[in-house]
Ligand binder design. Structure first.
Ligand SMILES: [Fe+2]
Ligand SMILES: [Fe+2]
Length: 356
C-alpha cells in the first residue's frame, strides 16, 4: 500500500471517480424505475429520489472538476459518448422519467488540468467555449472546438486546501448515498426473489448493480483512507471485477435483444464465453509475465466488445435494432466498457525476460 503522493492527485482521482460512478448510479435508478409496475408507486418514488441524490453529487463533482481532471478521462468517452445526450433525450421521451441532460452538457464543457490538454496544442488554457467531445478513437468525434482560445486566467488552479476539503466532503456524501442506494437495491431484490414485486429488470440486473455499487463504495473508501494498492495487485483485482461485469453485460444483452436479432444474440453469447475464459485464468495466482499477456488479450477483447456496444447503441437509438434495451442503457454499457479500457491501459511494472 502507498500513501497519496500529492493533493492534486487526490482531487483528480476523487473527481474522476464521481464523474463516472455518480452518473452510473443515477442511471441505475432510471433503469430500475422504468421496470416497476404502475402500482409500485412508492418504489418508483424511492428510485427517483436516489436518482436526484446522485444528480446532485454529479453536479457538485462537475462544479469542482473544471481544470482539475485529466484530458485522457475527459476525452475517453467514459464520462459521455457522442450518443449520451441523444440517448438521454430519447429515454426521457420514451419513459417520461426526467433526466438532467444539462449535467451532460456541463460535463462536455469541462476543461482538463494544466498540462493535461492532450490535444497536441502544447497548452492548457482553453477559453470558456472549449468543448471536449467523447473518445478520439474508433469513430468517436474528438469534438475539439477549432475556435478554442488559450486563456490561462480562466482556468482555476488545480487545487488548494479549500478544494481538498470540498472534495473530502463530497467523498463522504457520495459514500453515504452509495450505502443507502445499496440497501434500497438489496431490499427490492429480496422482494423480487420472493415474488412480492414484479419488475421488467431481471434479478441478475439488480445483483449486477449491487456489485457496481460495492465497487464504487470500495473506491471511495480507499480515497478516504488515503491509501493506494500496489499496481499489480490492483490490476488483478480490477480485471477479476470488470471481466465478470463484461461477461454479465454480454449475458444480459443476449437476453434483451428481440429473438429475431439472431446475429446480435449469438455474438453477445460469444463475448460472454470469452470473458468467462479470461476469468478462469485468474483461478490460480497470476505471475507478472502472464498478467501482461492476459491484459493484452483483455484489451483486444474489450476493444471489440466496446465496438459491438457502440454499433448496438447507435442501432437502438436509430430504431434499427429491436430489443428491450433503453437507449440510455445501451450507452451506459458502452461507457462501462470504455472505463474498463482506461483501467487496462494503466502501466504495469516492468518485468525481465518478456515483452510488456
Ligand atoms: Fe452499470
Ligand atoms: Fe454494468
Amino acid at each position: 500500500m502507498h500513501n497519496w503522493p500529492m493533493p492534486e492527485e487526490f482531487v483528480r482521482q476523487s473527481l474522476e471517480l464521481h464523474l463516472f460512478w455518480a452518473r452510473i448510479m443515477k442511471e441505475h435508478m432510471i433503469f430500475l424505475e422504468s421496470g416497476f409496475m404502475g402500482k409500485d408507486q412508492m418504489l418508483i418514488q424511492e428510485a427517483d429520489g436516489f436518482k436526484c441524490q446522485f444528480e446532485k453529487i454529479l453536479h457538485e463533482a462537475i462544479c469542482l472538476a473544471d481544470g482539475k481532471i485529466s484530458a485522457k478521462v475527459l476525452k475517453s468517452g467514459e464520462l459521455f459518448t457522442n450518443m449520451t445526450l441523444r440517448a438521454e433525450e430519447k429515454t426521457q421521451d420514451l419513459t417520461c422519467i426526467p433526466i438532467a441532460t444539462q449535467l451532460t452538457v456541463d460535463t462536455m464543457n469541462l476543461r482538463p488540468a494544466k498540462g493535461h490538454c492532450g490535444c497536441g496544442c502544447g497548452g492548457h488554457g482553453h477559453g470558456q467555449d472549449h468543448m471536449h467531445g467523447p473518445g478520439m478513437e474508433d469513430g468517436f468525434e474528438h469534438g475539439h472546438n477549432p475556435g478554442h482560445g488559450h486563456n490561462p486566467e480562466l482556468i482555476p488552479p488545480p487545487w488548494d486546501q479549500a478544494v481538498v476539503e470540498q472534495v473530502k466532503a463530497l467523498n463522504e456524501k457520495a459514500y453515504s448515498c452509495a450505502c443507502a442506494l445499496y440497501d434500497f437495491t438489496k431490499k427490492v431484490l429480496e422482494e423480487i426473489k420472493c415474488c412480492n414485486i414484479f419488475s421488467w429488470n431481471f434479478p441478475s440486473i439488480y445483483h449486477h448493480q449491487l456489485e457496481e455499487t460495492e465497487m464504487y463504495k470500495k473506491q471511495i473508501q480507499s480515497l478516504k483512507s488515503c491509501h493506494q494498492m500496489d499496481p499489480t495487485h490492483y490490476m488483478v483485482e480490477m480485471q477479476k471485477f470488470w471481466d465478470h461485469i463484461m461477461m454479465e453485460h454480454a449475458e444480459v444483452m443476449s437476453h434483451l435483444f428481440d429473438p429475431q436479432e439472431k446475429d446480435w444474440i449469438k455474438t453477445a453469447q460469444e463475448y460472454a464465453k470469452e470473458y468467462e475464459r479470461l476469468l478462469s485464468q485468474f483461478s490460480n495466482q497470476v505471475q507478472l509475465p502472464n498478467l501482461h499477456r492476459i491484459t493484452n488479450e483483455t484489451i483486444a477483447l474489450t476493444e471489440a466488445f466496446k465496438q459491438y456496444k457502440a454499433v448496438g447503441t447507435e442501432g437502438i437509438l436509430c430504431c434499427r435494432l429491436r430489443s428491450l434495451i433503453l437507449p440510455l442503457l445501451a450507452d451506459h454499457l458502452l461507457r462501462e466498457a470504455i472505463h474498463y479500457l482506461g483501467i487496462l491501459g494503466m502501466p504495469l511494472p516492468e518485468f525481465k525476460g518478456g515483452k510488456g
